[in-house]
Structure formats: C-alpha cells, structure tokens
Design a protein around this ligand. Structure first.
Ligand SMILES: [Fe+2]
Ligand SMILES: [Fe+2]
Length: 217
C-alpha cells in the first residue's frame, strides 16, 4: 500500500474546521494544554474574599483574551496565503490553547466561571482575524504583532494588580507574557506590516470593552 499524500484543505474546509474549533473553544471547557501548568508546585495561599473576587475577575479577562487569541489565529490561518505563515499561526494557536487551559484551571481553583459572552467574543475576533487575513499575509502578521503587544502590556498590568498572595495566577501570567512577546517577535521577523491609524486604536478600544465586561461577567 502506498502512503497517501497529505490532504490539501480548501478554503471552505478550513473555515469549517475553524467553526468546529470555535464550538470547542468558546462553548466548552475542552481546551487541552500540551505544556504543564506553570503554577504547578506554586503554593495555593489563602486569599480574602475581596482578593479572590479580584483575582477571578482578572483571570476571567485573561481567559476571554485567550478565547479571542484562538479565534484570531484560527481565522487568520484559515485565509493565510503562504503555507509558512499558516504554519506559524497554527503553532502560535497551540500555545494560546495552553494559555486558555491554564486560565481555565485557575478560574476553577478560584471557584469562578469563564465569561458568559465568550461565544460572542470568539465570533467577533474570528471575523476580525479573517478580514485581516484576507488583506494579505503582511497585514495578517501586522495584526499578530499589534495584538501580542497589546496583550503583553495588559498582562504586565495584571501582574501588578493581582493580590500579592495569588502566586499561582502570577506564575501562569508570567509564562503567558513571555510567550506573547515571542509570538509578536516571530510575526515581526516574518514580515509584518505596520498597521495604519486607526486600526491599532480600534483594537485597543475593543479590548478595553472586553476587559470591562469580562471582569464582571
Ligand atoms: Fe495567549
Ligand atoms: Fe500570543
């Protein structure tokens, strides 16, 4: 028997795979990390009620951010023209899946739930990712750079804002921040375009709304 050639997926196939992925990511708790949770071995110190609520709000924002990252990357990969760009987007998406699973673990430990609006955030980010991707790979990568820089900045804020005793959330966010910086650097090196005004500003405004909403619900 001769080995069969790898299957070439059509654009429609890739969009349907993206939809399937959306259902798994935003509607279920099925994200599976390939790397060990960075909080493993970090003591679970006691938090006051107010501290626990604040930490849960921040980790819910981070979880939703990772749902959006999944959607962006999957949307962008679905329409990327160059196979190398697509492979890069898919490999970053796997690391985002790790982040998603780690944030979900920590939310459970804090006795909190993910945002109720995750399916909506997924849909919006998927649409954005697809639109960026359709404008060409330079734009696609430029979008990655801008997203990762913004996420890195908000993770730095969260690392400051988390209760001192919440060492487990902090351990997770520190690894995520290093990963996001690397995703941005790789996309930059692969030929990202600088996004024109007002795209970065619109992205920042949208993520601000997401953060305010997801902190609460
Ligand atoms: Fe991430
Ligand atoms: Fe990332």
């Amino acid at each position: 028997m001769t080995p069969s050639a790898p299957r070439a997926y059509s654009l429609l196939d890739r969009l349907l795979i993206g939809l399937d992925h959306a259902l798994l990511t935003s509607l279920s708790d099925a994200a599976h990390a390939e790397r060990a949770n960075p909080a493993r071995g970090t003591p679970d110190l006691e938090l006051t009620d107010a501290e626990r609520r604040h930490a849960a709000g921040l980790m819910r924002v981070n979880h939703t951010g990772e749902v959006c990252a999944q959607a962006l990357y999957v949307g962008q990969a679905a329409v990327a023209r160059d196979a190398a760009t697509r492979a890069q987007l898919e490999s970053a998406a796997q690391e985002e899946t790790d982040h998603l699973a780690w944030c979900a673990d920590r939310l459970r430990e804090l006795d909190a739930r993910p945002s109720l609006f995750n399916p909506l955030w997924y849909a919006g980010s998927y649409a954005l990712g697809t639109l960026a991707g359709l404008r060409g790979d330079g734009w696609n990568l430029g979008f990655v750079v801008e997203t990762e820089r913004q996420v890195e900045a908000h993770l730095a804020e969260h690392l400051e804002s988390l209760p001192v005793a919440d060492a487990r959330s902090r351990a997770i966010l520190a690894v995520m921040k290093a990963d996001e910086a690397r995703h941005g650097d790789h996309a930059q090196a692969a030929g990202a375009r600088k996004l024109p005004f007002p795209v970065p500003q619109a992205m920042a405004a949208m993520s601000k709304v997401m953060k305010v909403v997801a902190y609460r619900v």
